[in-house]
Design a protein around this ligand. Structure first.
Ligand code: PEP
Length: 259
């Protein structure tokens, strides 16, 4: 983390878990465990139908609400889709785009990810743009070229003002939901590369200011080590964000000595 120049963000990704009735008890359990002094921005990205309940419950605990996907289309005959305008309308402040599960199970392309990010920006919602390599790509030495391609594709046509609202999450596919975390060094290497790519496109200041998160089996035990890295500005957390005590421990880990 480098809190002098950028925000530290801990974002939970609840995926397709939890009911509306689970939200209040979750926040009530989490709240007393949170650090007294705020050391990061906290977000919970929940299923779209849970957004109003999360906004209500999260207010007092200062937890912002995000969703997990958005349509590329503005409105119309797209059954089942949810637009950026609708996401903004219910008060969600963030939305994950390009999560590897959506890329894998819904054939989301880099073009879709770019389109989705732009739609969100048009409506003042911050995209959390996910990028990451597969195990095969890592083993073939293709991690950096793949990340380079994904980051440039996701940011194509987004101006510097738009970039200021973007968050990028490095999520190696092989580490998501597997219990296999990237080492702090591996995660730092790629997050540093992402910052270099942003620097090449937008210049030094935007690169210094953008928050780059790590995601992939981050948990209460390994969070502090990952967050101590200079280019890792927080986490996108799946499994551990469903457990109040673990999520609180990760949030508290952002309070460790900063550089
Ligand atoms: C995720 O789905 O974004 C994620 C990082 O999941 P997990 O923490 O469970 O690996």
């Amino acid at each position: 983390m480098n809190t002098k120049y950028r925000k530290t963000i801990i974002a939970g990704n609840w995926k397709m878990n939890m009911l509306v009735s689970d939200i209040k008890p979750f926040i009530e359990e989490l709240k007393p465990l949170l650090p007294k002094v705020k050391t990061c921005d906290t977000v919970l990205c929940v299923p779209a139908v849970n957004v109003p309940a999360m906004i209500r419950a999260g207010k007092e605990a200062k937890i912002a609400c995000g969703t997990q996907d958005v349509s590329c289309h503005d409105k119309g005959a797209y059954t089942g889709e949810i637009s950026a305008a609708q996401i903004a309308d219910v008060g969600a402040k963030f939305c994950i785009v390009g999560h590897s599960e959506r890329r894998a199970y819904h054939n989301e392309t880099d073009l879709d990810v770019n389109c989705k990010a732009k739609k969100l920006l048009e409506h003042g919602v911050s995209p959390i743009i996910c990028v990451g390599e597969s195990l095969e790509q890592r083993e073939a030495g293709l991690t950096m070229s793949h990340i380079n391609y994904q980051v440039r594709a996701a940011l194509a046509g987004i101006d510097a003002a738009g970039l200021r609202r973007c968050v990028i999450a490095y999520e190696p596919i092989w580490a998501i939901g597997t219990g296999k975390t990237a080492t702090a060094e591996q995660a730092e290497e790629v997050c540093g590369e992402i910052r270099s790519i942003v620097r090449e496109i937008y210049g030094a200041r935007p690169a210094r200011s953008i928050s780059i998160l790590y995601g992939g089996s981050m948990n209460a035990k390994n969070a502090a080590e990952l967050l101590a890295m200079p280019d890792i500005d927080g986490g996108l957390i799946g499994g551990a964000s469903l457990k109040p005590a673990d999520f609180a421990t990760i949030i508290a880990a952002t309070g460790a000595e900063n550089e």
